[in-house]
Design a protein around this ligand. Structure first.
Ligand code: C2E
Ligand code: MG
Ligand code: MG
Length: 641
């Protein structure tokens, strides 16, 4: 304050002095006598002039320093700020670029100055700039957050958000554009990663269900506008579960990746292949990717998948079942098309796998029927519609009934008697087999115990156990509980398992079988010969009995193949010290053939059809009072119910 006062005072004095001396000098020259009063005006005027002079001097000094400072700041910003700054002329040529701009893109100033900004853009950004952004900029004088892709000297792409304002001349023309670009590459990558997680399957990199639905939606919209068709293929690998279970999930995953790659290679631009989960894939063939024919395409896919897959552990082969639904005839919307393709895929499985099927209305009727059965099966147990039949098993040597097999029956209130082949697969699929199976085991064990209590010689009670039941975690507890509740000695119980179930050879299976065995429960392999051909497991597992599948017995005698198979099974059973029972014996010739080959036991219509518990009781009384099965031979194939 004092400084300013002194400074302005000095300038006042200086101004007064100059003007006074000038006035004195002027008066001296012209000879006017010197008078003090005459100096008052120049003193005041000179002082004021001095002050004014100082004021202008200060102003000039300030403006020139601030210009200098602003220029320095500007330069420093261009040199040091970690931002991509540039300016371009109205022709889009770069006038200035910040150091960070150069560093980010990897160029030297000589390589960029004077060149067009669009030269450093990807093709799509160049189009965007030329067609949309530049015209908009010249119209409005500014643009904000425009997503551009710039290309580094090494070819990498930098994603930026660019904002620019125009610098205009006095007459309002745009002289240049000042711009700042923010590098958002990492952000975009993270965004894409999130998008990838949301829309792509992490294992195979294929689109997932969400993206698939989106693409199918687009294809349908296009087809609606153009009156064209869209085909949806539902593909499920055959027996992939076996690969996963036996070779482990790591190999299973590798396998899926290779399959996904092969499917991708079958695709044309505009088609979509997606993974729905597990070993299920879906494909959309739309007319805008060319004239598509689902059948030809499915054949190509099946052919490609049939090539062996090389993996660390060796070579694997897989086939697939494909179902095809077509818009508009099989459905108008995503859900219906997908569901119908799925139904068709199941039909392909039923027809022996490794083929494709187009959806048909009949398939739908079958599914609806199945659904109906499923609903009534859920109530069947509570409503007492399920019951058991028992079929005797005869020892060939003694002719005595040494066991019975319990066979499940369902009397549907409207449909009548439904065969187990029709409802057991549904029960397995839905998991109802767990409660139904437990009920069947309890009823059978209770019945066996009742016959014992009634004084009949104890016999074996064979109960069929489905794979799903056997795989449940607490199957042994369930069997223990039933045996305890019914009071049946485990040695009178036999569990019938299928070959394929035993064959999966997992630790769990071996442990469960051993658990059953140590309790004294018998184990039989049902329908032997129809499953896997590997016989190695027979000596590893604690099995008591093999039941020759009836399809071989039916060919006896006369059919060379059946004869050879039956003979081989009996011989093998003998050397492995296993009991052999022949199922489905319907006539004397079959019995004689089996007797001559020393088969141990038989079961079939020749002796008795499956019958009710009281009928079996009746048979016991008759059969046990006279030795030998001649008794039953008198009534071949006769139904006892
Ligand atoms: P399976 O265990 O092989 O049962 C033998 C089937 O052969 C029975 O059919 C029986 O009626 C039939 N059969 C017996 N003797 C002859 C014969 O001389 N000629 C002919 N043509 N057939 C004969 P069913 O009762 O229809 O049972 C079919 C299948 O359903 C059974 O095959 C078994 O796999 C399954 N099943 C039956 N009851 C149960 C059960 O309680 N639980 C489970 N999980 N499956 C069951
Ligand atoms: Mg059986
Ligand atoms: Mg059988």
């Amino acid at each position: 304050m004092l400084r300013a006062f002194l400074k302005y005072g000095l300038w006042f004095l200086l101004g007064s002095l100059i003007l006074c001396s000038f006035s004195a000098l002027q008066k001296g020259i012209v000879g006017i006598p010197f008078h003090l009063k005459g100096f008052f005006v120049p003193l005041l005027f000179g002082g004021l002039c001095g002050l004014l002079l100082n004021f202008w001097r200060e102003k000039w000094r300030k403006s020139s320093t601030s210009l200098l400072e602003s220029e320095q700041r500007y330069r420093s910003l261009y040199e040091n700020a970690p931002v991509m700054l540039h300016s371009i002329d109205p022709h889009g040529r770069l006038l200035t670029v910040s150091n960070f701009w150069l560093e980010t893109l990897g160029y030297s100033p000589q390589e960029v100055l004077g060149r067009k900004l669009t030269d450093f853009m990807t093709e799509s950004s160049r189009q965007l700039a030329k067609q949309t952004i530049f015209p908009m900029f010249f119209r409005t004088g500014s643009v904000k957050y425009i997503p551009y892709q710039l290309v580094k000297k090494n070819g990498e792409i930098v994603e930026v958000l660019l904002s620019a304002i125009a610098e205009r001349s006095a007459d309002g023309h745009i002289e240049r554009s000042l711009a700042v670009a923010i590098d958002v590459t990492e952000h975009r990558q993270a965004e894409q990663e999130v998008k990838k997680l949301a829309y792509y399957d992490t294992l195979t990199g294929l689109p997932n269900r969400t993206l698939f639905q989106d693409r199918l939606g687009q294809a349908l919209a296009h087809a609606r506008r153009n009156n064209s068709k869209v085909e949806v293929l539902f593909l499920d690998l055959d027996r992939f579960k076996g690969i996963n279970d036996t070779l482990g999930h790591a190999i299973g995953d590798e396998f899926l990746k290779i399959i996904a790659q092969r499917l991708k290679e079958c695709m044309r631009r505009g088609d979509t292949v997606a993974r729905l989960g597990g070993d299920e894939f879906v494909i959309v063939l739309s007319s805008y990717s060319g004239d598509q024919d689902g059948a030809t395409f499915a054949e190509r896919v099946l052919e490609t998948l049939a090539q062996p897959v090389k993996l660390a552990g060796g070579e694997l082969c897989s086939t697939a079942s494909i179902g095809i639904s077509i818009y508009p005839i099989d459905g108008q919307d995503i859900d219906t098309l997908l569901r119908n393709a799925d139904i068709a895929m199941y039909a392909a499985k039923e027809r022996g796998r490794n083929n494709y099927q187009f959806f048909s209305d009949e398939m739908n009727t079958r599914v609806v029927e199945k659904l109906g059965l499923e609903t009534s099966l859920r109530r069947a147990l509570d409503r007492g519609e399920l019951f058991l039949f028992y079929q005797p098993q005869i020892d060939i040597q003694s002719g005595r009934i040494i066991g019975v097999e319990s066979l499940l029956r369902w009397r549907h209130p409207q449909e009548g008697l439904i065969p187990p082949e029709k409802f057991i697969p549904i029960a397995e699929e839905t998991g109802l087999i767990l409660s139904i199976g437990e009920w069947a085991l309890r009823t059978a064990c209770k019945q066996a115990r009742e016959w014992q209590i009634a004084g009949h010689t104890p016999i074996r009670m064979a109960v069929n156990l489905s794979a799903r039941q056997f795989k449940q975690a607490n199957v042994i507890d369930m069997v223990d509980r039933v045996l305890e509740e019914t009071g049946l000695d485990p040695k009178w119980l036999e569990l019938e398992l299928t070959e394929s179930l035993i064959m999966d050879n997992t630790v769990e299976t071996i442990m469960a079988l051993t658990d059953i065995k140590v309790r004294g429960i018998h184990l039989a392999i049902d329908d032997f010969g129809t499953g896997y051909s590997s016989l190695a497991y027979l000596k590893n597992f604690p099995i008591d009995r093999i039941k020759i599948a009836q399809e071989f017995v039916h060919g006896l005698p006369g059919d060379g193949d059946s004869e050879a198979i039956v003979e081989a099974i009996i011989a093998m059973g003998k050397s492995l010290k296993l009991n052999v029972l022949a199922e489905g014996v319907e006539n004397l010739e079959q019995l004689e053939f089996l007797t001559q080959r020393h088969c141990h036991e038989v079961q079939g219509f020749y002796f008795s059809r499956p019958c009710t518990a009281p009928e079996i009781g009746e048979l016991f009384t008759l059969g046990m009072s006279k030795a030998g099965f001649c008794l039953y031979q008198d009534r071949p194939g006769q139904s006892l119910h």
